[in-house]
Ligand binder design. Sequence first.
Ligand SMILES: [Zn+2]
Length: 691
Amino acid sequence: MTSSVEQFLSSDIPQYGLLKPEEVQEPLENLLGEAEEQLRKIASSREAAQWETVIEPLTNATERLGRLWSAIHHLGAVMDSPEWRELTNNNLEKISRFWSRLAQDKGLFEKTRSISLNTANAKLSESRERALNNSLRDFRLGGVELDSDAQKAFTERSARLATLSQQFSENLLDSTNSTKILIGHEGRLAGLPEAVAQAAREKARSEKLNAVAAFGLQQPSLIPVLQFADDRDLRKEMYSKNARRASELAEEGPEHDNSMLMAEILQLRQEQAKALGFSTAAELSLASKMAESPEQVMAFLLDLAKKARPFAEQDVAELKAFAKTHLSLEAMESWDVSYVSEKLRQKKFSFSEDEVRQYFQVQHVLAGLFELVRELFGVELRESPEPDLSTYRWHPDVQLYSVIRGAETIGYLFLDLYTRPTKRGGAWMDDSRGRRRLVSQVQKPVAMLTCNFMPPSEHRPSTISHDDVTTLFHEFGHGLHHLLTEVDELEVSGINGVEWDAVELPSQFMENFCWEWEKLQSMTCHVETGEPLPEDLYKKMIRAKNFQSGLFMLRQIEFALFDLRIHHQVIESDLQKAAKSIMDVLHEVRSEVAVLHPPSFQRFPQSFSHIFAGGYAAGYYSYKWAEVLSADAYAAFEEEPTNYTAVGQRFWREILSKGGSRPALESFKAFRGREPSPEPLLRHSGLLETA
Ligand SMILES: [Zn+2]
């Protein structure tokens, strides 16, 4: 094994900067071979089955492989290149087959099952018992109880699914990157914030385009154009090109069309579910979640929709009337919605999002966030003292922090904040190492946080919108969940083993603090004057906080219902028909819950990576589901406003520190002293009749 890969695998802080695509293939194969050899040894061992003789070596065998593979995956997502792509694509099926084989190993399954029997007298710890139960469940969901022919087919489908998801992501990124909107004269930039216009001019210059300015479809240009550009044709062009991404109607032609991939993904998921005795993929998905059945989730979503609907209808009526009387837009089109909303917001609350943005310089926001984390959980984040960061980071933008409690470093955090064409869109947290107690020491958790903020320019630091601030806090909450764990077993420490529909609890919880006056004071610093956020602007922001919250809530419910229904129906065996039925379900859901209807060329599912390329299949509802928990958790702070540190410590003790070591509902009840209530979510969103 080359020394750089070995160094990456064994160091406390992973050294991503050492990994080169051309040096990774052989080590990956070696690790795969080693892991397989270990599994064989464990399965054939004659020792009595115990935690120490089965689970521990099993985890040892797979952890190093997992480290390298997830690094390849991560680097492909943030530093996309033909070399990383090839590595991912060449090994995807091999790795998927390995995990399938492991899950289907009847010998290992039997050994795992007998641990609880063998240790009946010496009781297992809570976290080991939880890990063991999860493991038995995963064996079953991985097909261990199938006969060998069915197992083979199951494995083939899993491998194919892994490939299709990867293709889906690549299509979307390529389609996004293949579109440029060229601007012929300055007049077309009217209305845009200067920083956005400047970035567009720089883009045209640096890419030597024959234009005054140019836009791509990446979020930091798409969103402000739709929101601020006075040029309606420009908005229409951006909206239309974005809406058709990765579809048969895409700007560049059908070469990145995701439609057939989506159809095949759904078919395969359905077959996997049937093989395991579930009637639909949605039922299989819920087997490892907090929610009990698709029907329960559907009822939950429809109930929220019912409550949000009157508010959303009001929102739309107000928008349309405003568009007509103030902007002379007789018919408000989809490409006008953000623009009209922004103008209405300015009129109603007399401030613009761009005005707010000037106060949020990324590095100041981070400082305020770190201060909050110190107050709530007593931990400090310090920029890493490592002398040579280039061996650790994958790009010069990346920052590395140590997480410190008392005098002890308890984990590490990588931050990769700015957008670039080689990075996938959106924001997310990934784990790189999980906490684990080893014989001689504790392995420290490492988290990686990726965002797509507008980078600083030569003359100006990066400023972000308040929405971006919320996103940063959100992802940071995932990071804290992973970093502040005190669980000793890797299988259930940090975010490992947490039910998917409870994973958003700490992340959405953190978002609430972006609205507190004192917290905002410590994280704002006007980019020109250096002033913190003034109180009158803050008051306007608070008044505007629930602006269009009914509309927003309905849109999230639309996505969640669409996701659940396409996974909870019979999928046609004909791919064309299956693809069509996906769009049919979308239209059905829209006619049921939506109050705004996009044009017929819009191809939303083709870019819905959460469910086709991420882990959210039949799980997008998790955002709303967990928001009930997170809003109610934050309400505990509202009830004791002078006691943040004590409530924060309790939140850590009962939720963050426990990770996946016990059911999420139990952790919630331990923190709150009762079952979750949906009232705080509705109250915070301004969706209570009495509010
Ligand atoms: Zn999240």
